[in-house]
Write a protein that binds this ligand. Structure first.
Ligand code: C2E
Ligand code: CA
Ligand code: CA
Length: 874
């Protein structure tokens, strides 16, 4: 119903009023407009135009590609709340996946259609889907019915190369229904009004029957005619309407607008359209959309109006509902972590979501209207659009173009982003959607990972991998500058010993402290890297000659030698360093490192706390060692090792009381080799373990044989550190004795002091269990190591062997004879046996006799000899 202004009714004008401007399409249009407005602005409901469809398709593709992953779960959960369905269809045209809130509408449950063919969508749909399978994205509407309930889906299909297609269906049932109802009513009104022109009677007939309210008002705005449909809309009888002012049916909240309309007055020739809430007799109201043609008298004064009124309550509610859903969808998309930017065909931004605002620092109001290229770092702008266009043209369209680039924020700063640009064909031409993902965190994470991969976790120093890269770089720099590079291979000695005694935390502290000290020495002149648990490699760049590298080595030896504080304890470390100096144009990182390693090895061989500079001879030395190791292995297989025995004599009785077993190698080419030629290589290669076993077995067999004639005779066998470190040793000793049938107390095991001091606690334990087997334990080379008398009381030993270097001084009045005096005296006190080794002269013997030393061994009595010779001697 509509204001007719203040003019009285007029029959003539009335006819014009009926005939003219009631355009039924407009009724439909108005409803549609209220929807399409939402469609265009809110986007999602107008699936075809929605840039989000690209984003959704993107999700769909990601879900297919990461089937069963966490992404699928979260997309499913989001989709279940939206009036959408996501379908995936394989290349054979069968559904592989379906989910989303709109499945209900089809009376289906998630994934219920999986395995079924696409014909489920009808023949048209099949056609579209087949087209999509050929790589063309497509949009169509699918309609159907579940029982009596119709449904309408707007389906966008997007090909996923190699995987089939993704279809996004938007439930537009409500929208379509609202549109159709409105269209139907409008059509009916149209017909009715067309007929009215002919006959008043037919008018009345029709007016009484059309479902559209038809009315006439006079110049005062009072109803002069109302048809049954209007009476129904207003919930009153026709007689309750006619004669009353139309304004009295207007909801109080809409009166303001109604009065404005009246004030403005009608415009000749133009229909007046008004939408308002109409009050019903029962106090409820309906939304009514009315449209009226105003009638004028001869002077142009309005005399009344005729018009139609349609109840649009349902349609508006449907539209409202739709709008709400869209808003929810929108909210979800707005809360998406990805920036979503839509650009028109000219590359101008037309849409900019909240995430994009966050990423770029622009408000959407600022960003809209800007050329999209301005969002990219300056140096990447040139030719950007052309590049994209080309790539989009060449590549599979729906997949879009993805790349990592630098985005430029409003404040000018740059952020790394991943951008996927995809074209979105719409009725307004092709739009481009850019999905922008801020990857600065990922970058930071990648950088962190890279740091972890190239640095040592404990010290933060560069690791081996980074060292190699740095060394290569330093070498090529040096070649250009005609300077050189030095590599210092720093082995920290005794670190394991300290770790074993003070614990791993302490060990770690020492490593960190050592790293710090090395860095202090090297400063900016080079790089300190951690190479192994107790190894550092120092790279010194831009050196003029090897003396500079040596200078660093000396300083390093010095700083490592300074005491370390660990809690309340003090610890002492030493270093051994190998130096390699680059030969311009020849050295590679690989060879330099291995040369430095060889030099370190050589330095170690010559004692601790020293450095060696690599030279070519070392290479041949190390090669020789390697060959020796191979020969040793073969020799062991062929049984080329044999024990010689050297008598141990009681000084008082001048008779043989024991025999020290000493290894010899019957080398097929080199003849008989002494231990100095092979024991150290055997130790380093670990071959000492099997070799030691073979020798122990031999010694026990001999011991058992000699027992028959000389039951008091003992045999002494030398053990290396490697052997002692193995827990199996105790069992092996016992087994060897058992097999030979030799008495345990007649077997003595000789261990050097330095071996025991490497790990005191472990040594005390191991010696304890050896001792439990009944064998005798002898501390060899006593006096050469740390001579720590304190330890002496802790080790369960029964004999000490005074080293040859002290014995050889006996007779001469030197300090060393005092050492022997002290050792022998102390051994007496601790009730230990003493053997003096290396007794070569009568003078030695007499001196030992004076000191009350009980036993002696040396060339004066006999050299080591084969077992057969021992038998003659006994
Ligand atoms: P060691 O245990 O101190 O053995 C004593 C060494 O002194 C032996 O050298 C012996 O031949 C030598 N010697 C004995 N009396 C005299 C003397 O009056 N004057 C001089 N100048 N030397 C004398 P050898 O046999 O060459 O053994 C050298 C080292 O090799 C041994 O020193 C021992 O540490 C090691 N060794 C020998 N056999 C074995 C073995 O079976 N296992 C292990 N692990 N090490 C062994
Ligand atoms: Ca020995
Ligand atoms: Ca010795």
């Amino acid at each position: 119903m509509h204001p007719g202004g203040a003019a009285p009714p007029s029959g003539h004008a009335g006819a014009t009023g009926y005939a003219a401007p009631i355009d039924p399409r407009d009724v439909r249009g108005s409803i549609r407009r209220s929807v399409t407005e939402v469609v265009e602005r809110r986007s999602l409901a107008g699936a075809a135009d929605a840039p989000y469809v690209a984003a959704l398709a993107e999700w769909g593709r990601a879900v297919i590609e990461q089937r069963g992953g966490p992404l699928e779960r979260s997309v499913r959960s989001i989709m279940s709340r939206l009036p959408l369905i996501l379908f995936a269809i394989d290349e054979q045209g069968r559904f592989t996946l379906s989910f989303g809130g709109a499945l209900d509408r089809l009376g289906l449950r998630d994934d219920e259609v999986v395995g079924l063919p696409v014909t489920l969508f009808g023949p048209d749909a099949e056609h579209h889907l087949r087209r999509a399978l050929r790589g063309e994205p497509s949009l169509f509407e699918a309609r159907g019915r579940v029982g009596t309930e119709p449904w309408v889906l707007e389906v966008t299909v997007v090909p996923v190369p190699g995987q089939g297609i993704v279809a996004i269906a938007v439930d537009v049932t409500g929208r379509r229904q609202a549109e159709e109802v409105a269209a139907e009513r409008a059509r009916q009104a149209d017909e009715a009004l067309a007929d009215l022109r002919g006959s008043e009677e037919r008018f009345r007939l029709l007016a009484t029957n059309v479902p559209v309210g038809i009315f006439q008002v006079d110049a005062d705005g009072r109803f002069t005619y109302a048809n049954p449909a209007l009476a129904q809309i207003l919930g009153r009888g026709i007689d309750e309407i006619v004669g009353r002012e139309w304004l009295s049916f207007v909801h109080p909240d809409d009166l303001g607008r109604a009065n404005q309309l009246i004030e403005a007055g009608p415009e000749p020739g133009q229909p007046v359209v008004f939408e308002h809430r109409a009050l019903r007799a029962d106090g409820t109201y309906r939304w009514v959309r009315s449209r009226a043609g105003v009638m004028f008298d001869g002077e142009g004064n309005p005399v009344g109006a005729v018009g139609s009124a349609v109840d649009v309550t349902e349609a508006l509610a449907a539209a409202e509902q739709l709008r709400e859903r869209e808003e929810r969808t929108r909210a979800i998309l707005e809360s998406a972590a990805e920036g979503i930017i839509t650009m028109d065909g000219d590359g101008v931004v037309v849409e900019f979501n909240a995430a994009a605002e966050r990423i770029f620092g622009y408000d959407s109001s600022e960003a809209i209207g800007m050329p999209g290229t301005e969002l990219v770092a300056e140096d990447r702008r040139v030719g950007l659009r052309r590049q994209y266009e080309e790539r989009l043209r060449d590549g599979p369209t729906a997949q879009g173009v993805r790349e990592e680039t630098l985005a430029r924020r409003k404040d000018g700063s740059l952020v790394p982003v991943e951008v996927t640009v995809a074209p979105v064909p719409t009725s307004r031409g092709t739009l481009y959607t850019a999905v922008v993902h801020d990857i600065s965190e990922r970058r930071a994470f990648e950088q962190q990972l890279e740091h972890q991969a190239t640095h040592d976790a404990l010290t933060g120093l560069p690791n081996r991998a980074l060292l190699m890269a740095e060394l290569e770089a330093a070498l090529s720099r040096a070649n250009r500058r005609r300077s050189s590079v030095g590599v210092l291979f720093v082995q920290i000695d005794r670190l394991k010993l300290v770790t074993d005694t003070l614990g791993h935390r302490a060990g770690d502290q020492l490593v960190v402290e050592t790293a710090r000290r090395l860095e202090e020495v090297v400063g900016d002149a080079g790089i300190v890297t951690r190479f192994g648990s107790d190894q550092f490699v120092v790279l010194c760049d831009d050196l003029d000659d090897v003396a500079e590298a040596v200078e660093y080595a000396t300083k390093i030896l010095d700083v490592v030698d300074q005491p370390y504080r660990v809690g309340h304890e003090e610890a002492f470390l030493t270093a051994t360093i190998g130096i390699a100096f680059a030969v311009l144009g020849l050295s590679t990182a690989e060879t330099m490192l291995s040369n430095a390693d060889v030099a370190m090895f050589r330095a170690k061989e010559r004692g601790t706390q020293r450095y060696e500079v690599f030279d070519a001879d070392m290479r041949s030395w190390i090669d020789a060692r390697r060959k020796l190791e191979i020969a040793l292995r073969h020799g062991l297989e062929r049984g080329e090792f044999e024990l010689y025995y050297q008598p141990i004599v009681s000084i008082g009785g001048r008779r043989v009381v024991g025999l020290e077993a000493l290894a010899r190698w019957n080398h097929p080419l080199l003849g008989l080799l002494p231990p100095s030629e092979f024991i150290s290589v055997a130790e380093e290669s670990g071959l000492i373990v099997p070799l030691g076993e073979v020798l122990l077995e031999q010694a026990c067999q001999r011991l058992a044989g000699w027992q028959r004639t000389r039951p008091e005779l003992f045999v002494s066998v030398n053990l290396s550190g490697r052997q002692l470190a193995r827990a199996e040793l105790v069992g092996e000793v016992r087994a060897a004795l058992d097999r030979a049938g030799a008495p345990p107390d007649r077997l003595h095991l000789e261990i050097t002091e330095t071996v025991l001091l490497r790990d005191v606690e472990a040594a005390v334990r191991r010696l304890g269990s050896l001792r439990d087997t009944g064998v005798g334990l002898c501390l060899d080379d006593f006096g050469t190591g740390y001579s720590s008398l304190t330890y002496l009381t802790r080790f369960p030993i029964d004999t000490i062997k005074v080293d040859r270097s002290f014995v050889s001084q006996l007779g001469a009045a030197t300090r060393d004879s005092t050492v022997v005096t002290m050792i022998v005296g102390m051994a007496h006190t601790l009730q230990l046996d003493v053997i003096a080794e290396g007794v070569e002269t009568e003078a030695h013997l007499r001196a030992l006799e004076d000191l009350d030393c009980p036993m002696a061994q040396g060339y004066l009595f006999a050299k080591p000899m084969p077992a057969a010779a021992v038998e003659d001697l006994l």
